[in-house]
Design a protein around this ligand. Structure first.
Ligand SMILES: *[C@@H]1O[C@H](CO)[C@@H](O)[C@H](O)[C@H]1NC(C)=O
Ligand SMILES: *[C@@H]1O[C@H](CO)[C@@H](O)[C@H](O)[C@H]1NC(C)=O
Ligand SMILES: *[C@@H]1O[C@H](CO)[C@@H](O)[C@H](O)[C@H]1NC(C)=O
Ligand SMILES: *[C@@H]1O[C@H](CO)[C@@H](O)[C@H](O)[C@H]1NC(C)=O
Ligand SMILES: *[C@@H]1O[C@H](CO)[C@@H](O)[C@H](O)[C@H]1NC(C)=O
Length: 252
């Protein structure tokens, strides 16, 4: 390399490191102004794992995958003056309680409020989702359409004492949906040998067409934190054996 090119290269690397390395904190500060989102995540979580991660007592978590949320990438808390109002979704409550329960807290309304405040207000920039009723209906519709619970059973993937290779779960799901979802796990806790499956995220275009989820730093940053459930403990699963637990206290 000529000295000048080398110099440019070093400067470029430096710039690249700075701009990319600091991206998450930059987005934290400006997230409410950064509404240029490109895709949706439809997020399922496994209630038994949610319970396992919590200090709360969960007496009887549902034994089916439930909705965590319908999230936009790269945007959160987009309109702080648009308040959640449970009356607006009163027609949906029967389904909401069944498919979008808060497995940890008595007051489910808080969970829905949280999801609306953080994600719904961003999604609502689309005309198709510009009311609370439209937003929550759409999530319920996607839940029904994806029908993950039925497919998992059909694929022979069932909760219990059998461990699964993460790769085989992924391949099985890809064979059904023709897209690869993101699968998140809880790292092995003390006394455990394997990771525990916790969330499955499907990616959609703004027109609600399933698409592959592409990895990027920004994605993985926004993919995480959720204070209500402490799901920041979940991370992309490793390609190893995976527990799909049917009981909260499996290892204790
Ligand atoms: C925020 O929500 C309020 C209440 O629905 C609405 O009047 C306002 O236009 C919204 N602001 C933006 C920037 O979308
Ligand atoms: C909540 O929504 C209902 C039905 O749309 C409406 O009648 C009521 O005024 C709203 N409440 C608040 C506090 O905005
Ligand atoms: C549940 O949470 C909502 C939203 O924070 C709140 O408005 C409501 O009063 C709570 N209900 C109960 C029974 O505590
Ligand atoms: C997703 O990616 C897989 C593997 O790269 C590809 O076969 C499939 O067609 C893609 N699906 C869509 C909907 O783009
Ligand atoms: C995946 O492996 C890395 C390196 O061993 C570890 O730090 C991480 O916690 C593991 N993730 C999960 C979900 O188990």
């Amino acid at each position: 390399m000529k000295p000048m090119t080398q110099y440019c290269f070093i400067v470029w690397c430096f710039w690249f490191a700075i701009s990319h390395g600091s991206a998450p904190s930059k987005f934290v500060h400006s997230s409410s102004h950064f509404h240029d989102w490109k895709k949706f995540y439809f997020v399922y979580h496994w209630p038994v794992t949610v319970c396992k991660m919590s200090e709360n007592e969960c007496s009887n978590p549902p034994m089916y995958w439930t909705i965590h949320g319908l999230w936009t990438d790269k945007a959160e808390d987009c309109n702080k003056t648009w308040h959640f109002n449970v009356t607006e979704i009163k027609d949906l409550l029967v389904d909401m309680r069944q498919y979008w329960p808060d497995v940890l807290h008595e007051n489910r309304t808080k969970f829905w409020k949280h999801e609306w405040d953080k994600h719904g207000t961003c999604a609502a920039t689309l005309e198709s989702l510009n009311s609370q009723k439209k937003y929550f209906s759409k999530a319920l519709e996607l839940y029904e359409k994806l029908d993950l619970n039925s497919y998992l059973v059909k694929l022979g993937i069932k909760p219990g004492n059998t461990y699964y290779q993460l790769g085989s779960i992924k391949e099985a799901l890809t064979s059904v949906y023709n897209v690869t979802p993101k699968i998140q796990c809880l790292s092995p806790e003390q006394g455990e040998e394997v990771q525990t499956i916790g969330q499955i995220k499907f990616c959609f275009t703004k027109d609600f067409i399933l698409r592959n989820c592409t990895e990027s730093k920004v994605d993985s940053y926004f993919a995480h934190g959720n204070m209500i459930f402490g799901t920041e403990e979940l991370s992309i699963c490793n390609d190893t054996l995976t527990n799909y637990p049917s009981h909260v206290q499996l290892s204790k």
